[in-house]
Design a protein around this ligand. Sequence first.
Ligand code: AMP
Length: 624
Amino acid sequence: MDEHTLDYKENDVLQEFEMLTMNAKAAQEHILKKILEKNKGTEYLSKFMNGSTDISAYSSQVPVVAYDCVHPYIMRIASGEQSSILCGERIVELLRSSGTSRGEPRLMPSISEDLDRRTFLYSLLMPIMKKYMRGLGKGKAMYLLFVKAEALTTSGIPVRSVLTSYYKSPHFLHRKHDLYNSYTSPDEVILCPDSRQSMYCQLLCGLVERQHVLRLGAVFASAFLRSISFLEQHWCDLVNDIRIGQLNSSITNSVCRSATQGFIAMPNPELADELEVICSSGSWKGILGRLWPNAKYIEAVLTGTMAQYIPMLEFYTGGGIPLVCTMYASSESYFGVNLRPLCSPTDVSYTILPNMAYFEFIPLMNGLKLTDHEEMVENEKLVSLVDVKVGYYYELVVTTFSGLYRYRVGDVLQVTGFYNHAPQFKFICRRNVILSVDSDKTNEEDLHNSITHAKKILENRNYLLLEYTSCTDTSTVPGHYVLFWEIKSTNEDTTTCALLDPQLFEGCCIAVEESLDYVYRRCRAHDKSVGPLEIRLVQAGAFDALMDLLVSQGSSINQYKTPRCIESGLALKLLNSKVIACFFSPGILHGLCKRYCDCSSLQAHLLRCHSSTSFVWLCHYEVL
Ligand code: AMP
């Protein structure tokens, strides 16, 4: 096949996309009609619609809900009741999303035809990419893809992640004929449930095929970077395997082993020497281009909270390989595609596909804080897909074929424009308050923005903020915000010890506090109801260890997103055990102290509360 001419299938899919976006309103009405037809007899819908399939009755009578309203139905189905209480079709699997409810993963219902919808979205990605880049069919993709072990409910329904479901489906496994889906990782390795062994073998295959690799990637940037950091730790073993033609004995999964062994059937000392020179020659800045010299781009989600990984990826690419975000999706439904894949990750907008689900939007009039997630939303407030307005912020609500009705996904989006009649959205954040000590309410975006502000101070001193999370520490009175930071020097000869400059981090604490909202600052400076913000620096690898812990507790490595707030005992304990230094905001503390506090009691208090961490920087207290 000549890859410069679109083949029939690609033309079909692009034409269908044109049709759908041109007729977005009709497509959405058609979708809702079909959903109501199929699901009108369910216990859930009957409660509100009494068997009707009238669209306006749906809009006025069916309430907008969060997960807690769906949860009892999911649990009933999980324990053996008919799918028909929620959905007209049989629920064939429950998809474990990265969101949690009361500490438990959320389970989303899924029916077999959902796979076709997901596949439709995937099938658009390469035809779109091909409009901007040539020659992509002449090589391979090193995409680091992982599955997660699945469980069965008592009634025998598989519980798994949406990506595990897709990678195990014939839709993924039978894609071999597709010119653009030639991956370096064998299916058996992708399907290996042990993510460490899978990562090792996928990297090995990618290294062996390094000259043929045209695309690198993972689903989320966090998993890609995690794999590169794994490579940084294990390249000696990988190179040794290639040199002697024998797979490391730590790979014990027999299917994974035999699929990978074929890649290194013969000793290859030349390739091993090349790789050794590249990996051992000092800085890893720009290493990706040296290891995979023909890579044309790196694909991963880099929007939303993933945006913080852009500097680190740019470090590994040396700025020489474009970063591409292609799609926006979730376990509830897939949503949209980026029609300008080569734009900067900070400018990415996703065009919603009107055939994925029925979409509605809660307008967020006063910025992002209009409604709390728990608050009731009046039905008439909702805006339909084609009626959203450019520049405005909305919270996404979906109605799916598989039993979610006016369900709040929890994502906040901003409209940036339209493609034909389908709106395009910038992903802003997940709608959730993550830190709150008093009347202050800091959501993920507030925190992200204030940290973005502060990390410029680090970057000016040649340090990158690799990862962060937060918690509220209410063991102090008043309680205060704690940020866990893992940082890395971009200056090769700077050691970690040299990083511990109190002034630098105190400056960062102040910058974060100054960027937080009015209520926070009022609580800090006036009401004295929030204590000085603290940054706890953690040792290198602490966030990898956190990921390992959370993956071992059931998170999927593919869908893993570093939680921006840690509440659980074990995760918090782990991070606290990795702390190498603590710093408090002195500026506001100083002002606060002069105006409102008894210095000596606050000093004693801080010492008491933080004596358990590995280091306490007493110098902070001198500013008191
Ligand atoms: P999950 O339910 O685990 O599949 O995660 C889905 C969530 O991941 C979405 O609701 C978003 O919050 C986030 N997400 C998925 N795709 C993107 C994207 N392209 N950009 C930003 N966030 C995303």
